[in-house]
Every structure is written in structure tokens, then in C-alpha cells.
Design a protein around this ligand. Sequence first.
Ligand SMILES: [Mn+2]
Length: 380
Amino acid sequence: MRFVHISDNHLGFRQFGLFERENDFYDVFDRAVEEIIKERPDFVIHSGDLFEASRPPTRALLLVQRSFSRLKDENIPIYAIPGNHDTIMRKNTYPPQILYEMFGLKLISKKNPFYVQDGVFIGGSPYISKYYSKSLKERIKFLGERSKDYDKSILVLHQAIDKYLPYEFELKIGDLPKCFDYYALGHIHNRIIDDFGRGRLAYSGSTEIWKIDELKNYKKKGKGFYLVDLDGDIPDVQGVNLEMSREVIEEKIEFSEFKEDIGRLKRYIEEMETMPILYLTVKGDFDRSFVHKKLMSTLSNISLHIRVNYDLEDDIEREEYYKEIAKGSLNIKDMIKMSYGEGEEKKEYSTFAVSLFDLLSSNKIEDAKELTEKFYEGFK
Ligand SMILES: [Mn+2]
């Protein structure tokens, strides 16, 4: 019995507002499906965040339709949960995954918490926010009990666990029952494989570099999906690596070596077939506009996107910024709104955040609780 564990494809994500990046996420998903068909697994487990948002672009929806109908033709069913990105936080709504039930997708939900294929128990829960972790723990406990009638069992979740993400988690490692053979997890974008109970626990990770802090883990462990063999006493987990669409480069440059480093970087990039993404930090004592102009004139026409962080020894601008805040000419509420960005759905969040800020800063704790409960009601 072999299956594929894949997660966090974030289809429809237009990183930096670039359609090239949106395509990168589609392309790597396409390559994943090619590889899955080559591997001929008995089934696929998808542990959430198939889409970047709960209302994905039509192109993303079509790509998944085409891919899943190919898997259906090959008799490979997909067991899937929605993640925090493709969950809709309202009552009586459906995640986009439900569109593919006619293409062999089996949605793991509150209504259908588990399935059994060839004697293997496949149970799980859609993403649940930390405000409802009590109900999440109850669901997991229930699944643990039900799984005991079967030889092999898999638990599918899209949650962070304290052991792997100590600052922002919904579950502690001790909350998981130890009776499952494989814990198919999503949410953390790095690849993680661990021993747990009598089996193995794994985050298969994202399939593209969604955020720069995934770069280190990607360089060490690659990105793609896991191929799991359930036949032995302990599941055997193999990483299948997918080729990324372009390189992401992170460099720290000392201003004293600026010219040499930029020249070296330029020659390195010129060898590439596809334009990379650059994350540069320039450190030292220098004139920001000189460095910016030089960087752009040397690298912008050979890179898809450049992000520069200036680490100035004597940062006058930052001091000015702090002075502005102290004077009160920068409004915290405006800053909250700005950090959420534009768009209908984002406006809902920023309105919520600003109202919460108002209540909390005037010490209305109970009102803040009530507002939060209402906002997250869809999770109950
Ligand atoms: Mn994700």
C-alpha cells in the first residue's frame, strides 16, 4: 500500500503581484501531478492549502479540475482537507475542494471525518483556529478511537504543533494520540519527518517557495511531496523532489565589497535560463540612493524581482519614522489598515482588527471576546 502525501500548493498566489509567479505555482503543481501518475500510488492525501484563497482564480480551479480528472482516469482517489487559506470563515459555506468530488476527491469534513480504503483508516479534520482547539482535540480523540478497528491508520491535519512551530500553534505534540501509523500534516511549509508513537509524522511542506524563510529548508531538503509505503512495521517515507520554476537568491552584501559582490552576482545570474528572484541586504554606511540606482541598473533587467533591505549603520530615516510615531502624525489604525492591503475580503479582516484594537486599548476585554467569537463563528 503506497500513497502520496502532498500539501500547501497555494494555487492562485500572485507573489509580488507578478503573473510569472502565479504561473510558477501552477507549473510546479503540474509537475507534481506528472510525477504522481508516474509513481502509481493507491491514493493521494492532500493536507490543505491547495489554493491560496477560498475564492481562487478560475485558472487555478481549471488546473485542479484537469489534474484531478487525470488522477481519476488513473483510478487514484484524493483525500483532502481545506487549510487555513482555502477555508471560508462563515457558516453554511463550502471550501473550493468540494468542486472536485466528481473527479474522485473525497473531502474530509465534520460530516465525513474519515474514510476507509483497502482496510486503511484515513481520518482528519479541516483547519481549525486556535480559538477552537478544544473542539479540534475532541475530534482527534474521536478519530483515534475509531481508527483502532483497522490495521493501518492515517491522521490528516492542517495545523501547527508546538514542537515544530513554538510561537504560533494550535496543538501541542502531547495532544496527538499515538495510535496512528502516519500523521499527514500541512500548514508548516518546511519539510519535516519525525518519529511519533508507533509511526511517522510528516509535514510534506509547500511545493513552491511561498515565503523567503522557506529557502533554507528548501536548500537542505528540497521541495515536492512524500511517497509513503505503509507495508512495513513503520511507514517508509521518501521525498520526491520537484524542480522549482526559478531560483530564489538571498544574499547579504557588505558595502565595502559592494562592487565585487554585485559583479559576481551579475555573472552568476547571466548563466541562468530563467530570471531569478533576489532578496538582497546591503549592510554598512552608504548613500541609499546611490546603492539603489547601482543595484537596479546592474540587476533589474536580468531578474524577475528584486527586494532590497538596507541595513544602515546610521539610519536617519528610521529615526525620523520613530519621531513621526511619537508626534502622533502616524496613525496606528491607518497602519493596521495598510498592513492588510486592498480588497473586499482583506477589508473585512482590517475592520475586525481595527475594532479589536479599539476595544482592547480601552480595556473592554469582554466586548473584544464577543467580537472575536462572532467573527470566527463559522468554525464552530
Ligand atoms: Mn500553507
